[in-house]
Design a protein around this ligand. Structure first.
Ligand code: SF4
Ligand code: SF4
Length: 214
């Protein structure tokens, strides 16, 4: 952490030097990021309902699946020409700014998880452009930070739980079926854009817990 950050951890109400408003659309962080821009269920809710596209449609181009520590999760597909994000315009602007994933909203901040919770840190090596101070909650540009933080925490530790279950099981059928269940429950089953995301997420958690008790 010391080498990649400024040594501080930030909460939603803290000010942090993250705002690259004057970068004039350099968009370096929208290129060559490999499979690192992983989407969580809220990202998929925002993207599918905002763009009126299904996950099946997005999976045939802009998104792809990858295995992260044994768990199959979707990410932005940057394998095309110039290794750029498929949502980046020729002018270097994000074409889905309102529906961009949480990782894009954070950058150059990252999340540091500890003791069942998380705080933000500034990735000092990722972008050396001059940046202004901004309040963390403003920078992540997501309504209701308290609910959002609770969701981020729940999702992170659920993924860790699935990761441990998969790592502790040698039966490939079990690993495949658990992954398929997580993919279908939290990503592929369509979200209703007229309804609150968190309610729908809680319903899916209930379904998950019927199969994987705490
Ligand atoms: S965060 Fe850095 S890399 Fe990304 S657009 Fe701003 S200046 Fe460019
Ligand atoms: S979704 Fe937008 S902000 Fe995120 S990498 Fe793609 S172009 Fe950049």
């Amino acid at each position: 952490m010391e080498e990649i950050s400024d040594g501080r951890l930030y909460g939603p109400n803290d000010m942090v030097k993250a705002d690259c408003l004057g970068c004039n659309g350099c968009s370096s962080c929208c290129r060559g990021m490999g499979s690192s821009v992983i989407l969580d269920p809220y990202d998929v809710y925002r993207m599918t309902t905002g763009l009126h596209r299904t996950m099946q449609e997005l999976m045939s181009g802009e998104l792809e699946w990858n295995v992260v520590d044994g768990v199959i999760l979707p990410n932005l597909n940057m394998n095309g020409p110039g290794e750029k994000c498929p949502f980046l315009s020729d002018q270097g602007r994000c074409r889905i700014h309102a529906y961009r994933p949480g990782i894009c909203r954070l950058f150059p901040l990252g999340r540091y998880y500890e003791n069942g919770s998380f705080r933000y840190f500034l990735q000092t090596g990722e972008c050396d452009h001059a940046r202004a101070k901004v309040k963390v909650s403003k920078w992540i540009d997501t309504p209701n930070v308290t609910r959002y933080s609770a969701f981020v925490t729940t999702w992170h530790y659920l993924c860790k739980e699935v990761e441990e279950l998969i790592a502790g099981e040698t039966d490939p059928e079990f690993q495949k079926n658990l992954n398929l269940f997580v993919m279908n429950t939290f990503y592929m089953a369509p979200y209703d854009g007229e309804r609150d995301f968190y309610e729908q997420f809680d319903e899916r958690i209930t379904r998950f817990r019927q199969i994987v008790p705490e």
